[in-house]
Design a protein around this ligand. Sequence first.
Ligand code: AQP
Length: 350
Amino acid sequence: MAMVERVFSGVQPTGNLHLGNYLGAIVNFVKLQENYSCLYCVVDLHAITQGVDVWGGPAELARNTREVTAAFIASGIDPKKHIVFNQSQVPGHAELTWIFNCVARVGWLSRMTQFKEKAGKDRENASVGLYDYPVLMAADILLYRATHVPVGEDQKQHLELSRDIAQKFNNDFGDSIRGHGFGDGLFFPQPEPLITGPATRVMSLRDGTKKMSKSDSSDNSRINLTDDADTIAQKIRKAKTDPEPLPTEEKGLETRPEADNLVGIYAALSGRPKSDVLRDFGGGQFSSFKNALVELCVAKLSPIAAEMKRLAADPGHVDQILIDGAERANVIAEQTLKTAKDIVGFVRKR
Ligand code: AQP
């Protein structure tokens, strides 16, 4: 049976959606619509893997779920041609996770750096869900037998784990898979990471060695998609830099993480290579480059923020997009899950 080329990716509704999420993930989501059948998911089951104090409680979760959906739509994702939905509304994600929990090995999960970072020193107190996060992510992707997954660089390790889980499932159940009509013994594909966006790793504006992140306690470390023009200007003007003028060649950025990050953001937003940007601004002071960056950021992000605001005023419309998307996602999910359960050998009514 031929595999459909399908894209799946998700964003957590944990608030403070930022330029890193946009350039590292959402810009790619929009582009891939041209050549693939796409599912874009607001991964609310993932969002609750840390403490309630981190994700903010029920009202905040609902608000953030609608906000991520609005960001998808405002950025150019078409929910009619493709599928936009929230994870919790398709039961197959949780069910397939259980099967995969029994395929994945504890040793594999113990190596996940995101768990180590997020759990910090108090590992005993981390939720089981946080530990299991990458298995749920594998289920998200493979429930749709997705072949391509656009993500930022930070998700590379999790994608490798998804590939390992797909491969082990196919190996463990090879005969049964063939017995169910998959002559090549491959029920789940090996999903390909697409880490190819204009900026696969956008760094914090306060520290060029740390990634821009929703959970950074300093709001000045990131540009949020909902920031207005004044806030964007303030954050960029305050962004950490060094005293040297900008280099004229890319090599000169190698030991200057903050300068590299700002030039990278400019390049990504303008769709030009860094070398081009340095041709225009190299040798000049940061202040004039920052002014140009503010102008570009505001020009690119304001229309998105305005559309997000319009959608925030119409939650009924946003909810309808999610409901419709979940129904369509569920049709694909049920099919995969039914076959996966048959392959494992669970008895059911015929
Ligand atoms: N700084 C970044 N640069 C490029 N891509 C990024 N992504 C996240 N941060 C950057 C990509 O955005 C997508 C959605 O991310 P997520 O919401 O699922 O979770 P995350 O990776 O944990 O995002 P944050 O903002 O960094 O949250 P916290 O602070 O909770 O860790 C993913 O494709 C991700 O790669």
